[in-house]
Ligand binder design. Structure first.
Ligand SMILES: *Cc1c(COP(=O)(O)O)cnc(C)c1O
Length: 401
């Protein structure tokens, strides 16, 4: 067995579906992490909108430590206290009556889409099975979820593909009106398209989707894998739209870095997944649920939600200034601490270059496609850390120019 590993090891032993940066982070604290040379990085990416409380948050460490000494795993043949407590809390805090646990966003969506199909099929004798989704949507990487997602590059080469899915332009009320029928079992949308460029749904569009789903007895599914868990400034983004979905999927920030996903559903929708119709070995794992339970209690604190608003404002202003100074991107859009800055015409396609320049200056950001910079820092990031990250990004943009 070899004793040392380097970035080169990745190219030797990993399937080549990723291409990580040269640096290898080894520890993190709050909104910073350190590489093997003990260089620190400001984390504006949050492990892709996952680390809502930053790295090694004491409440999470404690929950994991305590649970790790009690009970690790049972499967769903038996239930457990952390899962029951978390489900109870999620139903108290949201529209939902019932919860299904899994381990990732893709699995939460897979469950939601299977629920929708079964809901439609059992209520119609097999004729109500069409799923409507939107171009540029992202719902995960299983075969069903890439097909419901609206980015053709993620399905290419994986044919034959599951059918019964129609894609429409996002935020286009007329197109949705025209496509709706009694054959539709579900409409699925992200309140803010995350991977697709950090594009918020309009209020009008979300309301129209609700009304059309009611009219045609279809389920309205919100994919809040990225927008959820206080990232938008409320626990879930739907709470700012004045519209309740029938089903909501979440993951990413739910475990704050411990893998967990959940599908939340109304009583009526949940009945479609009757006993034996779906399942997961790890779903509802006590370690994951204990950590998520601790995360959730931090996320509903008023001071945390106030920090999301204040830091969102600070980040928006900082990015707008840097954008104006160097002309690489325009003012950001998004909600709360999920912001996207679109590149200007002459910088189109170069989002990755700016990310790499940022890493050189010690700040980690994300892209959302080739033309948008994406920011998803910890929700408890301090004003000082935000300012330091912005200063490093300023240096990165200056160096690039
Ligand atoms: C990340 C993401 C997913 C997929 O989540 P995984 O945990 O990677 O499977 C699904 N939907 C949205 C909106 C996402 O941002």
């Amino acid at each position: 067995m070899s004793t040392s590993v380097t970035r080169q090891t990745f190219d030797q032993v990993m399937v080549p579906n990723y291409n990580p940066a040269e640096i290898i982070p080894v520890r993190g604290q709050g909104s910073r992490w350190w590489d093997r040379d003990n260089r620190d990085y400001l984390d504006f990416a949050g492990g892709i909108a996952v680390c809502v409380l930053g790295h090694a948050h004491p409440a999470m460490v404690q929950a994991l430590h305590e649970q790790s000494q009690k009970l690790w795993h049972l499967s769903n043949v038996l239930t457990n206290e952390p899962a029951l407590k978390l489900a109870q809390r999620l139903t108290e805090l949201t529209f939902a009556d019932r919860v299904f646990f899994c381990n990732s966003g893709a699995e939460a969506n897979e469950a939601a889409f299977k629920l929708a199909r079964r809901y439609g099929n059992t209520s119609s004798g097999g004729r109500k099975n069409k799923i409507i989704s939107f171009f540029n949507a992202f719902h995960g990487r299983t075969l069903f979820t890439v097909c419901v997602g609206g980015q053709a590059k993620y399905t290419q080469g994986f044919e034959p593909l599951p059918g019964g899915i129609q894609h429409l332009p996002f935020n286009d009320v007329a197109a949705l009106e025209a496509a709706m029928s009694d054959e539709v079992c579900a409409v699925v949308l992200e309140p803010v398209q995350g991977e697709g460029g950090v594009l918020p749904a309009t209020r009008e569009f979300v309301r129209a989707a609700r009304a059309l789903c009611d009219k045609h007895k279809a389920l309205l599914i919100f994919d809040e894998v990225q927008t959820g868990n206080a990232r938008s400034g409320t626990l879930y983004a739907y709470q700012q739209y004045g519209v309740q979905p029938d089903v909501l999927t979440t993951a990413k920030g739910l475990g704050g870095g411990f893998p967990i996903g959940a599908m939340l559903a109304t009583e009526a929708a949940a009945q479609a997944l009757a006993f034996g119709t779906h399942g997961s070995t790890y779903g509802g794992n006590p370690l994951a649920c204990a950590v998520a339970g601790a995360v959730l209690e931090e996320l509903v604190k008023p001071e945390l939600l106030a920090n999301v608003q204040a830091r969102s404002q600070q980040l928006r202003e900082g990015l707008t200034q840097i954008g104006e100074r160097y002309g690489q991107f325009s003012a950001p859009r998004g909600m709360g601490l999920l912001l996207g800055a679109p590149l200007t015409d002459s910088w189109k396609g170069r989002a990755k270059d700016i990310v790499n320049a940022g890493l050189k200056q010690g700040v980690w950001l994300l892209v959302a496609g080739p033309d948008v910079l994406r920011f998803a820092p910890a929700l408890n990031i301090s004003a000082a850390d935000m300012a330091e990250g912005l200063a490093r990004l300023d240096r990165a943009c200056a160096a690039l120019k």
